[in-house]
Design a protein around this ligand. Structure first.
Ligand code: ARE
Ligand code: CA
Length: 484
């Protein structure tokens, strides 16, 4: 369950938070496929409770009312078409699977596909689930429970969301049927929402009953779904991520927390020379890494000060480091803009999601941020694809916040997070020639709209990164996007 089954040469997925299926299909064909993205985490595809009393918040999608594939993102036909069109251009789809719980208790009780529920009876007729399918006696998780009481974290309700009992054969069967339906439609794997709140033994039974990936969508025969479990473990709790790594991959929340500290100048970049397990991170193949996610970019989920698109220069620095460094499997966040942390995606008066518009410089409009379309970010996806599994070599630092390193003889990257300029002759490990820095600009024909770097026959080059430059990163590599 730890192989993402990306198409050959691809390495990186992006979370297209709250995007519609038709828009994702188009994005695969016009951008993600051609630019070498490996996959997409999509918002939950199953029917959720409609919550008009809170102006349709983004989090209504984390309140399932059935496993029918109908949401504000689209219906089953649109979902099916999206998966087909994305797989056809080499981009995999990963589903955010909410299998710990159903809805909370609300006055409204209608779903995005018209299903209803009777919360007082724990009744969800469209599955169907009833009272016997939930954990009793009914209890709600408190903040203290995380420190002491694994049984309460797993058998009580997460913020009042009705807690399914995955220990029963019936509940397991409904969940497995839902996930196998998605596998039959061609998805490559799952994010397991709230995995900390389910017993590892129950999850193992569920995972082992999943079908192999659909060979009609280009997966090799016998391929198991990629599974990454959402377990927030910053240390000090009764439940550890180590209980889940024997099952499948795990979301590495320490990754973004530590890199955010570094790029916010609360820790020096020079210490990153042994970034990886030396920092207490998960083993590389166990880790789904990211800087921010849909929760912590808006103060939900784990605490800490996390970089987001709102602090663009530092954020692009942290993302570039993630994509330049070989540890783990990286995931990018692609957001809609917000000031209200509860607000849902751009929508019209009827609650329909408004599609992103695409500007001539590749960026998005209509309220969408589309970090994955920022040049400094998508260029580093190509960098990562190019350098492959090469090692970090020729680490250089100035004893502070200026660092540089090579990836084999395929790529070179430098960072300046100091208050003064970086002007150094450094070993790039690249063949002699002229390269275009893919951060400050890009190749256009035989020209470079950014910094030109001349690598000598000894592999060395003069590197400049001013403290007032628009970006703090410089990156060149042996691929066609950079080599002049
Ligand atoms: C909403 C309302 C609530 C209401 C509830 C029920 O906000 O006020 O009581 O509905 O009606 C998201 C939102 C929630 C939202 C929920 C359902 O974040 O606010 O509740 O959707 O609509 C814990 C879990 C972790 C979880 C985070 C948010 O361990 O699994 O909390 N993250 C996932 C998703 C979320 C989603 C859910 C789970 C639920 O990514 O987007 O919630 O499906 C320590 C612990 C962490 C703990 C954290 C916060 O750091 O280590 O484990 O995270 O505290 O409690
Ligand atoms: Ca539970």
């Amino acid at each position: 369950y730890k192989n993402p089954h990306y198409a050959s040469g691809r390495t990186t997925m992006v979370h297209l938070f709250e995007w519609k299926w038709d828009d994702i299909a188009a994005e695969c064909e016009r951008f993600l496929g051609p630019r070498g993205f490996g996959g997409i985490q999509i918002s939950p595809p199953n029917e959720n409770l409609v919550i008009w009393s809170r102006q349709r918040p983004w989090w209504e999608r984390y309140q399932p009312i059935s496993y029918r594939l109908v949401t504000r993102s689209g219906n089953e036909a649109q979902f099916t078409s999206m998966v087909r069109r994305c797989n056809d251009v080499g981009v995999r789809i990963y589903v955010d699977a909410i299998i710990n719980h159903m809805t909370g208790t609300w006055n409204e009780n209608t779903g995005t596909g018209g299903s209803t529920a009777n919360f007082g009876q724990w009744s969800y007729p469209s599955v169907p689930y009833g009272r016997n399918d939930f954990n009793f006696p009914h209890c709600v998780i408190s903040g203290n429970d995380y420190g002491c009481c694994p049984d309460r974290v797993r058998n009580c309700e997460l913020s009042g969301l009705k807690d399914l009992n995955q220990g029963t054969e019936y509940v397991r069967t409904q969940i497995v049927n839902y996930m196998n339906h998605l596998i039959s439609l061609g998805v490559a794997g799952f994010r397991i929402d709230a995995a900390k709140h389910m017993w590892p033994g129950d999850l193992r039974v569920i995972f082992d009953r999943l079908n192999n990936l659909n060979t009609a969508h280009g997966f090799p025969s016998g391929a198991r779904p990629y599974i990454y479990q959402e377990v927030i473990d910053l240390g000090g709790e009764a439940i550890s991520r180590d209980e889940y790594t024997p099952l499948a991959a795990v979301t590495e929340f320490k990754y973004g927390m530590e890199l955010s500290r570094c790029f916010q100048r609360n820790n020096q970049l020079r210490w990153l020379h042994n970034w990886g397990v030396g920092w207490g991170l998960l083993a590389s193949n166990d880790a789904l890494n990211f800087i921010d996610n849909h929760d912590n970019q808006r103060g939900h989920g784990a605490g800490g000060s996390i970089l987001t698109h709102k602090q663009a220069k530092q954020y692009k620095g942290a993302i570039a480091f993630m994509l330049a460094h070989p540890h783990g499997w990286p995931q990018l966040m692609s957001s809609f803009g917000f000031s209200d942390t509860e607000a849902g995606p751009p929508m019209d008066n009827s609650g329909n999601i408004v599609s992103p518009s695409i500007n001539s410089d590749n960026t998005c409009g209509n309220g969408w941020i589309c970090e994955h379309r920022w040049r400094q970010i998508y260029s580093m996806v190509a960098f990562r694809n190019r350098v492959g599994s090469t090692a970090v070599t020729n680490w250089w630092d100035n004893g502070g916040n200026q660092i540089a390193f090579c990836r084999g003889n395929q790529g070179f990257v430098a960072f300046n997070n100091d208050y003064w300029d970086l002007n150094q002759t450094l070993q790039t490990c690249l063949p002699a020639g002229t390269y275009c820095d893919v951060i400050s600009g890009e190749k256009s024909g035989n020209n470079c709209t950014g910094k030109r770097i001349t690598v000598g026959s000894d592999g060395r080059a003069s590197i400049s990164l001013g403290s007032n430059d628009y970006d703090m990163v410089l990156a060149i590599h042996a691929g066609t996007e950079s080599r002049l």
